[in-house]
Write a protein that binds this ligand. Sequence first.
Ligand code: NIG
Ligand code: FE
Length: 413
Amino acid sequence: MASHLITHIKLLVNTRTENRLLRGTELAELPCIENAYMLVEDGIIAGYGKMEDIPASLLTVTDQTDATGQLLLPCWCDSHTHLVFAASREEEFVDKIKGLSYAEIAAKGGGILNSARKLNETSESELLRLALGRLNEIMQLGTGAVEIKSGYGLSVEGELKMLRVIKKLKEISPIPVKATFLGAHTYPEAYRENHKGYIDLIKNEMLPQIAKKELADYIDVFCETGFFSPEETEIICRAGMAYGLKPKIHANQLHLSGGVQTGVKLGALSVDHLETMDEDAITALANSGTIGTLLPTAAFFLRMPFQPARRLIDAGCAVALASDFNPGSSPSGNMNLVVSMSCIQMKMLPEEAINAATINGAYAMELHDQLGSITVGKKANCILTKPVPSPAYLPYAFGSNNIDRVMIGGEWT
Ligand code: NIG
Ligand code: FE
C-alpha cells in the first residue's frame, strides 16, 4: 500500500465527517483543524487529526511532507466549464474595448457561432490536445474535478465530436470529469427561423446517439432572451431527462429569462450564471433543491453586474462557484480568481467562497461522495498553499499564486 503522511499542517481546511449540501448560514461554517496531520493511502484520505494525537505507528511512514506554515485544503471543484474549444477570441475582446456592440460583433461572425465554425473545422485529435493543455493548466491552479460542456458543435457531427473529446478526457484525465450536452447553446444559422427544426434535431438525432454511446451525464440549455425560451428549454430538458440526463442550465445571465423558475420546476441539479435576479427568482431557488452556481469571472469579463450572492445566501440558497472557462465570456479557468472575485465584488465571506468552490461544487457535479472536503474515504485531491497567515489571505491576496503544490490522487503533481 502506498502511504503518504503530511505533518505539521498549519491549518487543515474543510474537514467534515458528514456530507451535506450547504445552504444559507451553513456556508459560513468552515471546519478546520490547527497544527494537523493527514494520512493518504492509495490515493484516498485515510486519516487526519491534530499533530498531538498522531498515532505513533504513523511516524514510521517513509513518504512524508512537512507542511509547517502551510494550509491544506480540498481541491477546487469547478462545476461549469466549456474548456473544449478550437480557438481563442481575443479579436472580439479588442472589438468590445473599441466599443462594438454584441450585435455588431455577431454580424462580424463573432460569438458562439464563431467558435462553432472553428470547432467544426478542427480535428478531434487537435481539440483533445488543446483541451488537455487547459486541463493541465487548471489542475496546477488547484482544480481537482471539472464539468465540461459541449455546445460549440451545433450540428449532429460537431456535438458528437465534442462529446467524444470530453469522453476521452474522462478516460485519461487524472481528475474526475463530468460531461454535459449543450446542443442548445444557440440556434445555428440554418435554423434561425426554424426553432422547431433544431429542437427536433436535438431530440431525434443528437440525444439518441449521445445516450447510446453514453457521451453525457447532464443536459444544458442557454435559457436567455434571443436564445432559448423557457418553453423551449423545458422541451429540450425533458427530452434529455427521458435518457436519464439531469438538467444543469444557463439561467438569468443577461435577462430575467425565467430560466431559474424553469430549472426549479424541472428539478435541475443546478441553475448557473444568475447575474440578473429578482425576488421571485431568488425565492424560487431558495425553496428548491437546485444549486445556484455563480460565475463571477464571466460577469467581470463582460462588464456586467456581479451575481447577488449576498441576497441568495441570505435567502437560504445553496450556492456553488465555478469558472465558466470558455473563449467568449470567461477565458480563464482560474478558480483562485473566482474565489477572490466572489469575496471582493460579491461580498461572500472567505469561508462561504471556499465552501461554495469545494463541497458545493462537488455536489453540483454529483461528486460529493468522492471530493469537496477533507473526509476519510474521499480522494486525496488537495491544495497545499505557500506559507500564508489564514484562509482569508487566499482571496485577499488576489492575483498572487498562493499555491505551493497540488496533490491529485495522493500524488504531488
Ligand atoms: O456561459 N452564456 C452562454 N455561454 C457561455 C459563453 C459562450 C461564448 O461566448 O462562447 C457562457 O457565458
Ligand atoms: Fe457557461
